[in-house]
Design a protein around this ligand. Structure first.
Ligand code: FE2
Length: 225
């Protein structure tokens, strides 16, 4: 049986990742061997929005493997992490990705690998066709990432429903905005901002709608009392 083994005690640094690769000698470490196999579609944990599903495939000693499934014009973006020596990697397994790093843009096909260390500028990944990639990071982010994804999805759905549109209204506006942003060759930072802004463009309607219904209700109470 083959083992995947890490013995480094350091967490989340380029040095520790390099050491893990160099020290695949399990026998001397006194650890319990383990091997986990997940079939297609399985995962340890997952979260979804209208345009993206993230699935935690593996996690050990600060390193995480996160599968991303992006619909067409789905977007994944991140700003430079606080730790300066974080390693980030992407392995594209299917579809076409447009990746913008700062002001630089590349279009990638299946089999492409992108590695970044340290990440110093915003990174924005847009699926030009439905795409799937594995994201490797040397920091444990999945828990907060999942909370963030679920919060965004909940807010977008709530706005769309309050507004009386279908629940996909905000996502549709976001998608068209990202399409235009790509045509305009916006920077990674601006594309991420545009995507968020478009998704929440109707956010004022939640409070306005509640105020309106409250005032209608109180007027009716006054009329019928
Ligand atoms: Fe709207």
């Amino acid at each position: 049986m083959s083992h995947v083994v890490y013995n480094c005690r350091g967490r989340g640094t380029i040095t520790s990742v390099a050491k893990r690769v160099q020290t695949l000698n399990f026998e001397n470490q006194g650890l319990t061997p383990w091997l986990r196999i997940m079939r297609d579609g399985e995962g340890l944990d997952s979260a979804s929005t209208d345009n993206m599903t993230i699935t935690l495939l593996g996690s050990y000693d600060g390193v995480e493997l996160i599968r991303h499934e992006l619909k067409r014009y789905g977007l994944m973006g991140f700003n430079p992490p606080s730790a300066s020596n974080v390693f980030e990697g992407i392995v594209l397994t299917s579809g076409v990705l447009r990746i913008t790093y700062g002001d630089h843009t590349e279009v990638l096909g299946p089999g492409s690998v992108v590695s970044m260390a340290p990440v110093q500028q915003a990174v924005c990944i847009v699926a030009l066709e439905q795409a799937e990639f594995v994201y490797v990071t040397s920091t444990s982010i999945f828990k907060s990432y999942k909370e963030w994804v679920e919060k965004f999805h909940h807010m977008a759905t709530e706005i769309a429903m309050k507004d009386g549109y279908t629940a996909s209204h905000c996502e549709r506006i976001r998608k068209y905005s990202v399409m235009i942003g790509c045509q305009l060759n916006l920077s990674a930072h601006d594309l991420i901002s545009l995507s968020c802004g478009a998704l929440f463009h109707d956010i004022g309607k939640i409070r306005a709608f509640c105020r309106m219904t409250d005032s209608i209700a109180s007027e009716n109470d006054a009329h019928f009392s």
